[in-house]
Design a protein around this ligand. Structure first.
Ligand code: GLC
Ligand code: CA
Length: 512
């Protein structure tokens, strides 16, 4: 299994908004290549790029019209191949985004499947057998085709569901995952995976990975399907890494995913830490970490270390960290994110505390998500150094607040969030116990109180992490010894007798 994941730290790039190299107002592959050194210098050794394939962009590219060709606005397949090579030259790995659950209505497969005459693609999507019949528990499109049927939708109205079959069959038009139609869909997706991995891509982030087989409440059909993908990978691409947008690690890792995200939806309590009314990482000290830790522990046990549970700083679907947390508070949030097991994922711009841009009109199906997708803020030149286009040509307008953070200003200020994040990644990279596969044992995580404390260990070393986001000193009793201070933000925690004394707004990593 992909050894490189042991110390992987990922950087998520929303390609539209990272770096425009040709002045058309939208980011592209050459722009990403130009900025690889920046990402490497920050300490990240892997990137995930949101979907960059041909698409009408009704959902920012999550509506694919051709899985084999990149969207011209980003460059050519050759440019992407060069990006892989440039990343590898820097000992970095690249994940693309696979959207296996649905396509755009403009995909040729879908056009064929709309025809009344039977053809190769008739069973490629989930169709009922009458225009008046709706698929159970899903919305649908009807009256759009000569074919008499309604087609199930996975997300927006232009994203019809590909047919991987039904786990529980209750209607005559529902097919088993083993029926020829669903099997052909599966094979078609394997071909896509093989194509990009052969070109030099190192793996995929998989969109809505848990929803492929329908009527599958316990996930059994979908798990079985992904196990087949994993067997194929182990055989043909043993170094490839797959991370699922699933949010239920016990299922996804059983399905053979190398990693699963903890997400802002589902019962993860992830947002209790960063994005609720009283987040744990706020200095007001009203947040609660307990429910998160309970759930995390449960997932960690249930997933039996089959793979990694990844906690992102944010992503293209959620609010920016900076919407609730100050730069100082984000430093403590990163002390947590960068000392937890699993591979951390940094959303571009979070390392400088980029803000959610309020009041934007929706761009490419972003709606409320648009404010988290604004152009990267490199410096204080035109368009924050993102593009040389006229401001009104930009894909999304840049944050123009006078005090907006930029990479350049943060690099020049040694007390900045950027430097703290870089330092934290550096410490993680020098201590295997803090990396992906080091064990975690929670030491202190109680209801409505601070701090949060846990031990990371790898058999050779044990590191105690203590984080107190609140503005008041706190204490806890423990039999753990206190050794060398490896890292501290604010004043380091210290031990007096049997009690750890934890200064306000602080994070400490101690050998124990
Ligand atoms: C995932 C993506 C999101 C997209 C949706 C539909 O949740 O992260 O951006 O809109 O799937 O593909
Ligand atoms: Ca461009």
């Amino acid at each position: 299994m992909a050894k490189w994941l042991d110390n992987a730290v990922f950087y998520e790039i929303y390609p539209q908004s990272f770096q425009d190299s040709n002045g058309d107002g939208i980011g592209d592959f050459r722009g990403i290549i130009q900025r690889l050194d920046y990402i490497r210098e920050l300490g990240c050794n892997a990137i995930w790029i949101n979907p960059c394939f041909l698409s009408p962009f009704g959902d920012a590219g999550y509506d694919v019209a051709d899985y084999y060709t990149v969207a011209p606005r980003y460059g050519t397949n050759e440019d992407l191949k060069q990006l892989f090579a440039e990343a590898h030259r820097r000992e970095m790995h690249v994940l693309l985004d696979l959207v296996p659950g649905h396509t755009s209505v403009e995909h040729p497969w879908f056009r064929e499947s709309m025809k009344a005459e039977r053809n190769e693609y008739t069973d490629r999507y989930v169709w009922t057998d009458s225009v008046w019949e709706s698929p159970e528990n899903m919305s649908c499109l009807r009256g759009i085709s000569p074919r008499d049927g309604a087609v199930a939708l996975n997300f927006f109205s232009m994203q019809p569901a590909l047919n991987y079959g039904y786990h529980r069959i209750t209607k005559s038009w529902q097919q088993s995952p083993d029926a020829p139609g669903p099997r052909a869909t599966f094979q078609a997706m394997l071909d896509v995976i093989r194509f990009w991995l052969s070109m030099g891509c190192d793996g995929f982030r998989v969109d809505m990975a848990g929803s492929l087989v329908k009527n599958d409440e316990e996930g059994k059909g979908t798990i079985a399907l992904w196990q087949k993908v994993r067997a194929f990978l182990d055989e043909e691409f043993p170094e490839a890494a797959f991370v699922s947008e699933w949010g239920e690690p016990d299922k996804s890792l059983q399905g053979g995913f190398h990693m699963d995200f903890l997400l802002h939806f589902g019962p993860s309590h992830y947002n209790d830490l960063f994005r609720c009314q009283h987040p744990f990482f706020s200095s007001e000290g009203k947040g609660d970490v307990y429910a998160f830790v309970e759930k995390y522990r449960e997932n960690y046990e249930k997933s039996e270390r089959k793979g990694l549970i990844c906690i992102p700083s944010g992503n293209h679907d959620m609010d920016r960290l900076a919407r609730r947390l100050s730069q100082e508070e984000m430093k403590l949030a990163f002390a947590f994110l960068l000392s937890m097991p699993g591979a951390p994922f940094l959303y571009y711009g979070d390392e400088i505390g980029m803000r959610y841009v309020e009041g934007l009109t929706s761009v490419e199906g972003g709606y409320a998500r648009t404010g988290s997708r604004s152009p990267m803020q490199w410096d204080n030149t035109a368009n924050n150094g993102f593009s040389s286009a006229a401001p009104e040509k930009l894909y999304i307008r840049t944050d123009d607040a006078a005090d907006r953070p930029t990479v350049k200003a943060q690099m020049a200020d040694k007390n900045s969030l950027y430097h703290e994040v870089r330092k934290l990644i550096g410490i993680r990279q020098s201590r295997p116990a803090l990396q992906s596969r080091g064990e975690i044992t929670f030491v202190y995580a109680e209801k409505n109180t601070c701090p949060l404390a846990y031990v990371r260990s790898d058999g050779r070393e044990r590191i105690l992490v203590i984080i107190n986001p609140s503005a008041s000193e706190c204490r806890f009793d423990s039999r753990l010894p206190s050794g060398e201070v490896l890292y501290n933000y604010g004043e380091a925690a210290r031990k007096e007798g049997g009690t750890f004394i934890v200064p306000p707004c602080s994070a400490s990593f101690l050998t124990v």
